[in-house]
Write a protein that binds this ligand. Structure first.
Ligand code: HAM
Length: 443
């Protein structure tokens, strides 16, 4: 067929699409790492009593404005927001805490046995400047605990984070601080402003406006000039009220008792409005660069009430979120991570001839249902190619069915390591495999 295409149409047809900047594919060869981390984390947090919650990716924009706060970089500069056809302002979630609180309130979880412990995992979206370890779509594994104000919970959550990382072979440094309550913060911010006033012109342009809108955030600016200025600034722990001070001392005591090492870091203030009291960040050991943080969290005792939850009853809360991709980047660099990074199977079913192929079709399914790890390459006609694939997969046994086996109702079982072969009756195949694989407790 002859088509009349103009130049523009031709170029359009040849255009190759690439993923949107900051949005990454997770390729099959990386899925082993993702499965490994996800499965480990899920099984550990479940044993600590956390239950899974899946939240929508899209929320009303107001939820983030009210929780994370206007004046924060996340809300002012980083949200993917748009209007729906029904003229509602919505945003792709930049983080998971606000949505979890919304759901907690919406579904009356207040009436559940306390503490309510939830975990979530999934993509978050921030219009950040993409660079190593920073993406516009990234995945978090988050934990949130509602209804418990005791400092032992803060310590337990931090301890748990340390365990999660140690179970996947990553050593971490925990940086911890307390930013007190509204009252202690008010006095402190006054003092901080006084101190910064003298150096205001030397602050970076962002911090000049943070000075007015969100003074605390000047403390965790990444600019060298600002960091030098804040290194001499008054520290918030010197301004904690009695209750906040007692709470923080207890958290540190519990961590000490649990032999969980931590570093006090007066510059950790967190960029989001909802935090109070304990705040912490988790870094790979010896690497405290901001964009290396593997996770972060803290208390947010007023958020449930501020978002419309019970006004009579307090709902203290604390949580943490871990950055999955940063974790996986570290594991990929480690040769000894112990993760199996290729497909593994115990058995390969091979066939020669059309009738054998039909037989293998159902044999594969029969064995798979029984719980065997089976592999096949059913589209191939050459037995040599199939056995090569069995070799690549490092399977223990290949089951081979050819014309003769079809007629005799038998199967040839080949030990791929020793090369020894045996013919077994077709209806005994399960029994024989169970016996042979028993040593590795597969079934
Ligand atoms: P966050 O510090 O904004 O806290 O994010 C937590 C973690 O998510 C970071 O430490 C980092 O590992 C990862 N992360 C954040 N932004 C990016 C990005 N652009 N690219 C790759 N990874 C990123 C929160 O989100 C709070 N909701 C944590 C929390 C839960 N607080 C209480 N509960």
């Amino acid at each position: 067929m002859i088509m009349n295409l103009n130049l523009k149409e031709i170029t359009n047809r040849m255009q190759k699409f690439k993923s949107v900047k900051g949005f990454k594919d997770i390729l099959p060869e990386d899925q082993f790492y993702w499965d490994f981390v996800r499965n480990k984390f899920i099984s550990i947090v479940k044993s600590y009593g956390f239950e899974r919650i899946d939240l929508p990716i899209l929320e009303n924009s107001g939820l983030f404005v009210k929780s994370v706060g206007s004046g924060t970089d996340m809300v002012d500069k980083e949200m993917f927001s748009f209007e729906t056809l029904g003229k509602k302002k919505v945003s792709l979630r930049p983080e998971g805490t606000a949505g979890t609180v919304r759901s907690y309130i919406e579904h009356g979880m207040l009436n559940r046995r306390k503490p309510v412990k939830l975990f979530y995992l999934g993509p978050m979206f921030r219009y950040d400047r993409p660079q190593a370890g920073r993406y516009r779509q990234f995945h978090q594994f988050g934990l949130e605990i509602f209804g418990e104000s005791s400092p032992v919970i803060d310590a337990q959550l931090i301890f748990l984070c340390k365990q999660l990382f140690s179970e996947i072979g990553i050593e971490t440094d925990i940086h911890i601080n307390s930013i007190g309550c509204q009252d202690c913060r008010k006095e402190y911010i006054g003092q901080l402003k006084n101190y910064l006033k003298k150096n205001r012109k030397n602050l970076c342009p962002d911090c000049q406006s943070r000075y007015l809108k969100n003074t605390l955030r000047v403390l965790d600016c990444k600019e060298k000039g600002c960091q030098e200025i804040v290194s001499e600034a008054p520290q918030i722990i010197d301004y904690l009220c009695d209750d906040c001070n007692k709470h923080f001392v207890k958290v540190l005591e519990y961590l000490g008792d649990a032999e969980t090492a931590y570093q006090l870091n007066p510059l950790i203030v967190r960029g989001l409005d909802y935090y109070n009291r304990t705040v912490f960040e988790i870094f790979p050991k010896g690497n405290e660069k901001r964009q290396s943080a593997l996770g972060a969290g803290g208390r947010y005792d007023d958020l449930v009430r501020n978002l419309g939850g019970s006004q009579e009853e307090e709902t203290p809360a604390i949580g943490v979120a871990l950055g999955m991709k940063r974790i996986i980047n570290i594991l990929k660099k480690k040769e000894d991570s112990g993760i199996i990074t290729s497909r593994t199977s115990d058995i390969f079913v091979a066939q020669l001839g059309e009738r054998a192929r039909k037989k293998v079709f159902s044999l594969f399914e029969r064995l798979r249902r029984l719980g065997f790890d089976v592999a096949e390459d059913i589209s191939k006609t050459s037995l040599k190619q199939q056995l090569e694939e069995a070799n690549n997969l490092k399977v223990k046994f290949a089951l081979i069915i050819g014309q003769k086996e079809i007629l005799d109702k038998t199967i040839l079982i080949r030990d791929m390591e020793s090369g020894s072969q045996e013919i077994i009756p077709e209806d005994k195949v399960e029994k024989v495999l169970i016996k042979r694989l028993k040593s590795i407790k597969k079934v």
